[in-house]
Design a protein around this ligand. Structure first.
Ligand code: SPQ
Length: 423
């Protein structure tokens, strides 16, 4: 798909439902008693993989476009699937489901696409094994073979701040004997803690430690999924960096453990305002108004990183249009996402004429150079494809994004929504 310079982006956009919250609503609904009604469920390929896995374990799930009903069968109601569970491209699906399956009374195999088969699974198999799970992997990667076992609680200290690791352990902890604690270096997104509480589990946080008690049952509930800030990020950054732009992005989730991008943009001099703020069952949301802004460089590191980990590619592109230097540190996790997002960003921005240097755990971007069009290989990574669609709108000449269709993972209508704003 090809992109070239626009005169501005103007109008309103309603981004699709949050991917992390959508996954969790189906998973937690499936192991709850009674029905879970989900509004604004993300119809991206990753969340459809989660639905498909639970259907294969005997859970009836009605998917009527945006709204999904899960007919939960309780914590012990899953059936042994008669095939391998395919998690597609979704790290969240394979890692969180593993926490649930480790405690069932059947064996199962989980796998996914070529990218999933390269992503590290030792980060979940190690703590789950310490809880008594029986999981075998292929050199620390999928396919994962899980033989359900009786589990017990642990206090696990994770080297990485990862919501997927934390959530897998908490889910296993619901089934374990005794309390389970997970301590992270920094707090990662807390959607599991919020939603498990909403479904009746005893979960709490103490600093960077999440604590869960074993549960006898969870109760199905209503989940209203806010718009995904990781999808909104492309419009936020595009609106700020493309002159003559003004975009209102409606119903964006602004949970503080996810909304680090807003702080960083404001630190860079961005004009961003909230028009309506509201609290949706513990997951706050707002309409976000962004206007073209004169940006300057900043430093992003430490505890800020987990709150904007998936937004770093588009923030890096935006930093090319900011005056001065932007330093991104402590972001080595980007190397183990759908692609090595550090390497791909540095190489692709350099191909467009940016002044970027890769470091051990991040990059340094010296902004202010005009970018020019290039052919960019998305590596079938949805965040990379959307980042370079946006970069292509303010570069000189034409930018071609290869594998552009991979946006269907998290934002199937992305290009249509972007086009409607173009002036
Ligand atoms: O689900 P997946 O493939 O891991 O998706 C990504 C993404 O960019 O959409 C990461 F590649 O988001 C992760 C995120 O990076 C989703 C997630 C979650 O829902 O719990 C947590 C983050 O991953 P991690 O490894 O930091 O826990």
């Amino acid at each position: 798909m090809k992109f070239s310079k626009v005169r501005g982006l103007r109008g309103e956009v309603l981004v699709p439902g949050d991917k992390s919250i959508s996954h969790r609503s189906v998973m937690f609904g499936a192991i709850s008693e009674g029905n879970t009604e989900i509004y604004n469920y993300l119809q991206g390929a990753d969340c459809l993989s989660t639905i498909s896995c639970f259907r294969k374990m005997g859970i009836e799930i009605e998917n009527n476009g945006d709204n999904v009903t899960v007919h939960g069968k309780g914590m012990r109601g899953l059936n042994r699937p008669d095939c391998v569970l395919d998690c597609g491209n979704s790290g969240t699906t394979i890692r969180l489901i593993s926490g649930i399956l480790a405690a069932q009374d059947f064996d199962v195999t989980l796998t996914g696409d070529a990218s999933i088969q390269k992503r590290p699974m030792g980060r979940i198999t190690e703590p789950l094994s310490l809880m008594g799970a029986d999981i075998t992997s292929v050199n620390g990667c999928a396919p994962l073979r899980i033989a359900g076992k009786r589990l017990h609680g642990i206090h696990y200290t994770s080297k990485v701040a990862s919501a997927q690791v934390k959530s897998a352990i908490l889910l296993a902890g619901l089934y374990g004997e005794g309390e389970t604690r997970v301590t992270e270096p920094y707090v990662s997104r807390n959607h599991s803690e919020i939603m498990l509480k909403h479904f009746g589990a005893d979960v709490r946080a103490e600093g960077t430690t999440a604590i869960v008690q074993p549960a006898r049952e969870l109760l199905g509930n209503v989940v209203r999924v806010p718009g995904d800030i990781s999808s909104a990020a492309f419009f936020i950054c595009a609106g700020l960096m493309i002159p003559n732009s003004e975009i209102l992005i409606r119903n964006v989730g602004i949970n503080p453990t996810r909304s680090g991008i807003l702080k960083v943009c404001r630190d860079m001099g961005a004009d961003i305002r909230f028009l309506n703020e509201y609290d949706g069952d513990g997951e706050p949301a707002a309409d976000v108004l962004v206007k073209s802004s004169s940006l300057h460089g900043t430093t992003i590191s430490g505890e800020m990183i987990p709150a904007l980990i998936d937004e770093i590619p588009v923030i890096a592109a935006m930093a090319c249009f900011a005056q001065g230097e932007t330093v991104i540190r402590d972001a080595a996790e980007l190397k183990v996402k759908e692609s090595n997002r550090l390497e791909v960003m540095v190489n692709s921005l350099t191909a467009m004429g940016a002044d970027v240097t890769e470091t051990e755990d991040g990059m340094i971007i010296r902004g202010g150079n005009m970018l020019h069009g290039a052919v960019i290989d998305s590596r079938l990574d949805h965040r990379i494809a959307m980042t370079f669609a946006v970069a292509g709108l303010c570069a000189e000449g034409e930018t071609e994004v290869l594998g552009a269709e991979c946006v269907n993972i998290s934002y199937p209508n992305f290009y249509g929504d972007l086009e409607r704003l173009m002036r």
